[in-house]
Write a protein that binds this ligand. Structure first.
Ligand code: ZN
Length: 322
């Protein structure tokens, strides 16, 4: 489905085979050329939908000459390499997410970090197999690509007579960015602000010192001050009241942190136990892994606030109130 959101600026809804069944890609048409923001997984339905939708506005995949990526996750960049092969488009991504892509492609090292993280937090070895299968799936649906240009925070780019700025919004990934069009008061918010769900926050297994929740909340403040009439997220519909949605997300994380602190005060002392208490024990396996990360991200913040302390015995991490 293709919809015009401003003159010559289109939102293209592409299919995904998950519970989250679509991703929003954006196309800016200038003359014969197309600037694309985010893609889809490299799946036939994504490819054909994009091809058909561009045809409706008189353009083809070969007309894409720039691809800007909000972040490195497969649902955003999976098709980028394939499109580059067809059109020779230049691909733009942040430096931190380029590094994340590099780590993702070095499987042996990645699984070693993953196993270490899971053992520290009592995540069952049995579920590791599912994580490896999923990793294999996401590798299959990402066509490999080289990044042509790193996105410098706050740099300006032009597409025809439109200009936009790269706003760094680390949180959901360490290198996520939003694209801000001040003249149109439009923000492409990627997975940073979503209308119905909060983006997953995960420990970066290659940067364990990084505090995702702290970064994420700072990044929310950074976009709150922008003059935005319509924010267009990567999943779901338009957000017309961005500061209200940001406030809801801030409140959610404050409440989640309190909930986790209470769990610890009541005697739960591992991230796995707390995540099962909060998110339930009937989640699909991958969601259990994401729930563990969300819990750890909040634990890290509580530790920084001096409210809890982490104690490592052998390979296991436990948490106690201060
Ligand atoms: Zn994402």
């Amino acid at each position: 489905m293709i919809q015009e959101i401003a003159e010559g600026f289109y939102r293209i809804t592409l299919p995904m085979p998950f519970r989250l069944d679509h991703i929003q890609s954006f196309a800016l048409v200038r003359g014969k050329k197309v600037t694309l923001f985010d893609t889809d997984l490299n799946i036939p339905e994504g490819f054909s939908t994009l091809e058909e939708d561009l045809r409706q506005v008189g353009r083809s995949l070969a007309d894409i000459d720039k691809i800007f990526l909000t972040h490195y996750h497969a649902d955003h960049c999976g098709l980028a390499g394939c499109l580059k092969e067809i059109s020779g488009a230049r691909i733009y991504l942040s430096e931190a997410d380029q590094e994340a892509l590099f780590h993702q492609n070095r499987e042996a090292e990645l699984f070693e970090h993953l196993q270490c993280f899971c053992r520290e937090h009592d995540f069952p070895d049995l579920l590791m197999g599912t994580l490896q299968e999923l990793h294999a799936y996401f590798s299959r649906v990402t066509s490999p690509f080289e990044v042509d240009e790193l996105l410098i925070p706050y740099s300006w780019h032009a597409s025809g007579d439109r200009i936009f700025q790269v706003i760094p919004v680390p949180g959901h990934t360490r290198g996520q960015v939003c694209f801000y069009f001040p003249r149109e008061a439009i923000l492409l918010s990627g997975d940073h602000v979503l209308p119905e769900i909060t983006p997953n926050l995960s420990i970066d297994l290659f940067h364990m010192e990084w505090r995702p929740l702290n970064s994420f909340l700072d990044s929310l403040k950074r976009i709150k001050v922008l003059a935005v009439e319509h924010a267009f997220p990567s999943h779901g519909g338009t957000i017309d009241y961005l500061s209200g949605r940001i406030h809801e997300i801030e409140v959610h994380h404050e409440e989640r942190k309190d909930l986790i602190l209470n769990q610890i005060r009541q005697g739960s002392d591992t991230a796995r136990e707390i995540s099962l208490n909060i998110f339930g024990n009937d989640l699909p396996e991958f969601d259990q892994y994401l729930a563990l990360h969300e819990t750890c991200v909040h634990l890290l913040e509580l530790e920084h606030e001096g409210l809890i302390r982490e104690i490592k015995t052998g390979t296991k991490k436990r948490y106690h109130p201060c």
